[in-house]
Design a protein around this ligand. Structure first.
Ligand code: NAP
Length: 246
């Protein structure tokens, strides 16, 4: 039997990039997957691609920065699959600039999606998970939570995700709910391939394994944390970055 057979998972921001890689791996392990993204057309296209490979998938649009969207995502999941077991908070953006030049808009946009968005989705599903005495929540932070030049907004949001993760884990530990965070290192997606070649080379030089990770590398770790084999793992922060040290 596959490790996630019979489970239902939501992956936010999963029309492309790491989110799509996570959704693909969870589906390969037997889960029914909700592909959710801010752009409905992109989410539908990604869900069709998964379905073509035999997966059980639906698309539900959600801008995680809006609580009402997160609530609709949860309700839409129950309507589609009758239950929810796994929530992966992956949606994220970056608007990099030095802190002394940062605009209020750039600060707010990144905090609203990368931190408040994670809270919104957790808030939408937690009462249900607590009532069922079961749940797996996995939040995508970043190796950048430790601080990275040009990323004050991003680092603050991703550090916040770690504090949020540990709190949710502790508050719900006796309710059969685990909550863990993943810190991807440098993973090949449009978020990273858009950076200048010089910066790319610097980042690669910081990876002891010597190569850039794939979205599926993150997905495989999440599949373990989402499985019943990880039932005693909570409040943890796992690096998936080939040993990368910022
Ligand atoms: P990506 O390729 O830019 O994909 C992000 C996805 O999230 C896109 O589909 C995007 O939609 C969607 N999104 C943006 N704003 C959203 C919102 N408000 N609500 C719902 N979805 C939204 O990024 P990625 O590299 O896969 O990153 C995924 C996650 O991993 C992020 O949290 C990121 O911070 C984290 N991470 C990435 C790396 C890396 O090396 N790539 C490293 C560490 C952490 P659009 O297409 O409309 O923009």
């Amino acid at each position: 039997m596959k490790s996630l057979e019979g489970k239902v998972a939501i992956v936010t921001g999963s029309a492309r990039g790491i989110g799509f890689g996570i959704a693909k791996v969870l589906a390969e392990k037997g889960a029914s997957v909700v592909i959710s993204d801010v752009r409905e057309d992109a989410a539908k296209e990604a869900a069709e691609e998964l379905k073509a490979s035999g997966a059980n998938a639906v698309a539900i649009a959600c801008d995680v920065s809006k609580l009402e969207d997160a609530e609709k995502l949860f309700q839409g999941t129950l309507d589609a699959f009758g239950k929810l077991d796994i929530l992966v908070n992956n949606a994220g953006i970056n608007k990099d600039m030095m802190a002394h030049k940062m605009t209020e808009d750039a600060w707010n946009a990144v905090i609203n999606v990368n931190l408040t968005g994670v809270y919104h989705c957790i808030r939408a599903v937690l009462p249900y998970m607590r009532e069922r005495n079961y749940g797996r929540i996995i939040n995508i932070s970043s190796a950048g939570w430790q601080g990275n030049i040009g990323q004050a907004n991003y680092a603050a949001a991703k550090a916040g995700v770690i504090g949020l993760t540990k709190t949710i884990a502790k508050e719900n530990a006796k309710k059969g709910i685990t909550c863990n965070a993943i810190c991807p290192g440098f993973i090949e997606t449009t978020m990273t391939t858009s950076i200048p070649e010089k910066a790319w080379n610097i980042m690669v030089s910081k990876i002891p394994m010597g190569y850039v990770g794939k979205p599926e590398d993150v997905g495989k770790t999440i599949a373990f944390l989402a499985s019943d084999e990880a039932s005693y793992v909570t409040a943890e922060v796992w690096n998936v970055g080939g040993g990368m040290v910022l």
